[in-house]
Ligand binder design. Sequence first.
Ligand code: NAI
Ligand code: ENO
Length: 362
Amino acid sequence: MTTHILIIGLGLIGGSLAKALQRNSDVHVAGYDADALTARKAFKMGIIHSSPPSLEQAASEADVIVFATPVGATIKLMEQSKYWDLKKDVILTDTGSTKIQIMESAKNLDHVFIGGHPMAGSHKSGVEAAKDVLFENAFYILTPGDKADGKSLQLLKGLLVATKAKIEVLSAEEHDHMTAIVSHFPHLIAASLVHQLDQEEKFPFARQLAAGGFRDTTRIASSNPEMWRDITTQNNTMIVQQLNNWMEQMDQLKDMLVKNDPEPIQQFFSHAKTVRDELPIAGHGAMFSVFDLYIDIPDVPGSISELTGYLAEEQISIVNLRILETREDVFGILVISFQTAEDRARAQKCISARTVYDSYIS
Ligand SMILES: NC(=O)C1=CN([C@@H]2O[C@H](COP(=O)(O)OP(=O)(O)OC[C@H]3O[C@@H](n4cnc5c(N)ncnc54)[C@H](O)[C@@H]3O)[C@@H](O)[C@H]2O)C=CC1
Ligand SMILES: O=C(O)C(=O)Cc1ccc(O)cc1
């Protein structure tokens, strides 16, 4: 029997999920977006099987409904869904980055709601950025509501196997506490570092100097501002708690810097390095899994296309490609990201066999 899935919101996450869920046999994936052009694009790109004109009609035919909208819109849609004519056994779920407020809102619904958060993504948004491999090896958190039973949870988990994500069940509180630390608060710090650069008036040239470290640390400041407004206002209490801890730590850091004693300063960096270096590597417990390969390439026209050409010939797929702007001399560092460790190992072998460039894993 065909399982009818409706995805509401066809941006980066809804589009990627739609693509991945299509891998299931006997599913029909319908997609709806408030922006009609986005829905049309998603249909043309083959991301969804159908693009129904009426949300309520599509919802009434669905066995599973996924809210993949910004979390503010998700809460509004959940409220509206009370007035939709839904199937009795429908499973409602979402992809939002926050969970406490969404699960609070779910308590008012008459149907099963299982909160969801695929913990992979990027600073990009929109249907054009959707990829069926986005969630592979990433954690996919589920927070079942009080009406969810073993059967509904199993059904949803079964469909999500197609994403190749690692599914974990957590409480909404556990989820929001941990994501505040590893995801939400870092976005605020990244944005605040960029603000600090923007306020630099004496040396406007500093922007040109903003190189590797600054760019790495602030990449996520390029994320969608509306999405992060909603996340920050919903997970506000946990984020403010993080900010309080951070400010306490900054006071200690300031004291240490005013004393300017080299020993504790080195200790500060050394402890951070140890913890950072011991973080689980991508694909083995990390939130966002990409497998980066660093390649020293000469700064001459054609070197990137030469490399990517070799990888294409050996049918090794690339997820992302960037240049670390760290140097002023003749060599640059090209960072190529792969979906799996196996792809990265094959790429390294291919590069060492076919070029003279040094490649390494950080
Ligand atoms: N961007 C990321 O890296 C990640 C985002 N998330 C969460 O997933 C959700 C979606 O995020 P993205 O796909 O990145 O956003 P997006 O901005 O790429 O896509 C959101 C889509 O929802 C549509 N939309 C907005 N309001 C709507 C409404 N009322 N009805 C129907 N469609 C509506 C928009 O037109 C847009 O196409 C958010 O809740 C976000 O917190 C979760 C994991 C990662
Ligand atoms: O680009 C990045 O590294 C991200 O931070 C992506 C991201 C954004 C929101 C989430 O809820 C989960 C992952």
